[in-house]
Design a protein around this ligand. Structure first.
Ligand SMILES: N[C@@H](CCC(=O)N[C@@H](CS)C(=O)NCC(=O)O)C(=O)O
Length: 355
């Protein structure tokens, strides 16, 4: 009937059939991407009734400390990380800043994270087989040490090779442990003395962490994973209000807590360095880029140019992970070209705020 009418009004039959085919192909794609997205969403997060992304709490919260179940020992602990993940990135920065490269080993998982979660894949640059269980997926490591575990399978993981247990999978706690609890394993006094959570700045650090985490670190995810306009609007407004606040702070002082580099800077850096390449487009955080904020941009370059920050940043893993793994956001997995941004350009922080 439809075809007859179309022929009567002069549309060719093959043209109609072509359009029907295209329509059904697109319906298939939408359907499969919805299926994938619901799987992905259930693995990584929760969405509240208003469509807002809610990050679940990390499950393993033990501490490496003298006299405890997990005492600091050379070569005993291992990190499972993704170079793409901003939370895992924090731990690699802290490990390097404290000179713990020989004391704590690590394995990088594949940047591509699909239905079965993080995967070991020695064919991807910087990635290796799982050295402990020869597992195929990180999920197997979690289940080996905690049979029946049904929480999130996330990186970073701090693993005890001696007891074959997961010590901790919360980055904010792992970096605090690396800061102080491994001091006896630091290569020299210079590294031992470095303190990124010094007592006299703890109040200040906590104060900035308390608004940077929900609005910026997790804020970009709240924008990208929002399932309603209202949830997105709320997240994106909070994000840019607080980026403005960081810009203002950094126009008056060199680092977030004042004149000294602290864990607050490590925590913010891993979000900032991903922003213009990924969050700006992929997570719809596109009101401004970091390079549009003169102080934040210069601050980011200063940090990037420190070996612990720059050498642990892998833009290839970062861009490919987000754009190829989040099938709900980017169903065809096309990795976009990205901006031409040079983190190695000179910065003005030392001349503006001499120490
Ligand atoms: N609060 C945790 C968050 C860790 C986290 O969410 N990691 C992400 C990667 S960026 C992950 O592994 N997601 C996998 C999933 O949820 O399935 C931390 O700071 O360590």
């Amino acid at each position: 009937m439809l075809l007859c009418n179309a022929v009567r009004i002069g549309i060719h039959k093959s043209e109609i059939l072509g359009k029907i085919n295209l329509l059904s192909l697109n319906l298939c794609r939408i359907n499969s991407s919805l299926k994938m997205s619901s799987k992905h969403q259930s693995a990584s997060s929760d969405v509240d009734p208003k469509g807002a992304f809610v990050r679940k709490e990390s499950s393993f919260r033990n501490e490496v400390k003298e006299g405890g179940e997990f005492p600091p020992e050379n070569g005993r602990y291992h990190l499972y990380v993704s170079l793409a993940c901003p939370w895992a990135h924090r731990t690699l920065i802290a490990r390097k800043l404290k000179g713990l490269e020989n004391a704590i080993s690590y394995t990088v998982v594949d940047f591509l994270m699909l239905d079965n979660g993080w995967r070991f894949n020695e064919n991807v640059e910087h990635c290796e087989k799982d050295p402990i269980f020869d597992a195929q997926y990180l999920r197997e490591v979690y289940l080996k040490v905690s049979p029946g575990y049904n929480g999130r399978i996330t990186v970073p993981v701090l693993f005890d090779k001696k007891l074959k247990k997961i010590v901790n999978n919360e980055s904010s706690e792992i970096i605090r442990m690396f800061n102080k609890n491994f001091n006896k394993l630091c290569p020299d006094d210079e590294h031992r003395m470095l303190d990124f959570y010094p007592e006299h700045l703890q109040g200040k650090i906590q104060e900035v962490n308390d608004w940077i985490y929900p609005n910026i670190n997790n804020g970009v995810y709240r924008c990208g994973f929002a399932r309603s306009q209202e949830a997105y609007d709320q997240a994106v407004q909070g994000l840019f209000t607080h980026l403005d606040k960081v810009e203002d702070l950094l126009s008056k002082q060199r680092y977030l807590a004042g004149t000294q580099l602290t864990e607050a800077d490590i925590r913010l850096f891993t979000t900032l360095v991903r922003f213009d390449h990924v969050y700006h487009g992929h997570f719809k955080c596109n009101k401004k880029r970091i390079i549009d904020y003169p102080n934040m941009w210069s601050y980011m370059k200063e940090l990037y140019q420190m070996a612990a920050f720059g050498s642990t940043t892998d833009m290839n893993h970062i861009t490919k992970h987000y754009q190829m793994s989040h099938t709900s956001i980017n169903p065809f997995g096309i990795v976009y070209i990205g901006p031409d941004i040079n983190f190695e350009e000179p910065h003005d922080r030392a001349s503006k705020f001499p120490l």
